[in-house]
Design a protein. Structure first.
Length: 388
């Protein structure tokens, strides 16, 4: 039996784009390596012409060792898949990989195919990023039959995997999405946004796209500013000119919200941190490509109370973990109800502080990446000892 300290671990990610799961996948691998595990990351070779390999940039930033030679296309492509199967099988044998940790459907299926005929196949681990279990298609059935452990981001996903793929309770573990601990004290962007201490600021991070329910956002904003004239909404996002005009600037003008809305655009790194430090509350409407809603967990890491719709993972993220705390509210998609939640927060300093403290505690404990790495390492160790 191989010990975890001696085991070689390979993370697969079948995409080169900085999509929703890319950040948590890379951070998970980096945290495990920081614990002393021998972890490498397979860097996809396939890139659409003219596109930037964002994942490669981040792997370099996190100083993760990479293995190359696999196409790792996101979408099902038979010739590429067949080539990758042979190459991965060779790589697994040559590098003596003991555990393959998969993050997307394409690389999960690939790992199962490549491991099938090996004399000593690696243990397969899969992390899910959507709030529900994957569909029970033939590729999914094939991959999950050969999988030792699944990490699910919601209880619904955990239970769904057990039911759809016949996995036992030890094999499927509920593990909260993670967020990096943040420095709460530091520069904030109030002055940059033209605002001061008298304003009550609600932030929303969203790409400007038709399906992101901006019509609901502006209806909520109109109700909030009617009740709290000092309220200001800061939209941290961008879009093309057509979408920005149709879904942002024209509705703002039509509803008379011009002086109540700030449009600084997309913010990165320290600028994004400064923007979140300036906020009093956080609003989130529709999950995008990131099923784990990283914008919400980031806001919680800054101690911000959150008001969100009840889509996807949001009810699980904002559920109370203790009887006496509530980090936020996942509401039906009603402008009246969501505006009422925001108004209550902006008008009651004690309520806002209590919910912000609850959000911060959850982010620093259940969503702590060091905790997630410890749980994952423990599961690796148990998996190496034998089937769970």
């Amino acid at each position: 039996m191989i010990r975890l300290a001696d085991a070689r671990i390979l993370h697969l990610f079948a995409n080169y784009k900085w999509t929703g799961p890319a950040d948590p996948a890379i951070r998970a691998a980096a945290r495990l390596r920081q614990r002393g595990l021998d972890v490498a990351f397979a860097q996809a070779a396939f890139v659409h012409s003219g596109n930037r390999h964002d994942v490669a940039d981040q792997l370099f930033r996190w100083r993760l060792p990479v293995l190359t030679g696999l196409q790792l296309r996101k979408h099902f492509h038979v010739p590429s898949l067949l080539r990758d199967t042979g190459r991965l099988r060779t790589l697994l044998e040559r590098e003596r990989i003991a555990i393959v940790h998969c993050h997307l459907p394409g690389d999960h299926f690939l790992a199962a195919l490549a491991s099938r005929r090996l004399a000593e196949p690696p243990r397969i681990v899969r992390t899910l990023y959507d709030p529900e279990a994957p569909p029970r298609g033939w590729r999914e059935r094939f991959a999950f039959r050969r999988t030792g452990v699944v990490l699910a981001p919601t209880p619904a996903a955990r239970d769904g995997v057990r039911q759809r793929f016949g996995m036992n309770g030890n094999q499927v573990r509920y593990l909260d999405p993670v967020t990096e601990p943040r420095v709460l004290e530091g520069p904030d962007a109030r002055a940059k946004f033209g605002l001061d201490a008298s304003h009550k600021i609600v932030g929303i991070t969203a790409r400007i796209q038709p399906h992101r329910r901006f019509e609901l956002l502006w209806e909520i904003a109109r109700r909030v500013v009617d009740a709290v004239p000092a309220a200001r909404f800061v939209l941290l996002g961008r879009g093309n000119d057509e979408d920005t005009k149709a879904h942002v600037t024209e509705p703002i003008a039509r509803l008379g919200l011009g002086r109540h809305v700030v449009l600084p655009g997309y913010q990165r790194g320290p600028d994004y941190d400064a923007a979140l430090r300036a906020l009093d509350a956080f609003l989130f409407l529709v999950p995008g490509s990131d099923g784990t809603c990283r914008a919400v967990t980031d806001a919680m890491a800054f101690g911000l109370p959150v008001v969100a719709t009840d889509r996807g993972i949001l009810p699980a993220l904002l559920a109370p973990r203790r009887p006496d705390e509530l980090p936020g509210r996942a509401c039906p998609e009603s402008a009246e109800e969501m505006a009422g939640e925001l108004i209550a927060l902006l008008q009651d300093d004690d309520l806002r502080a209590a919910r912000g403290a609850a959000a911060l505690r959850v982010a620093r404990t259940e969503m702590n990446p060091a905790h997630a790495a410890a749980v994952t390492a423990e599961l690796y160790e148990r998996l190496l000892e034998g089937p769970l």
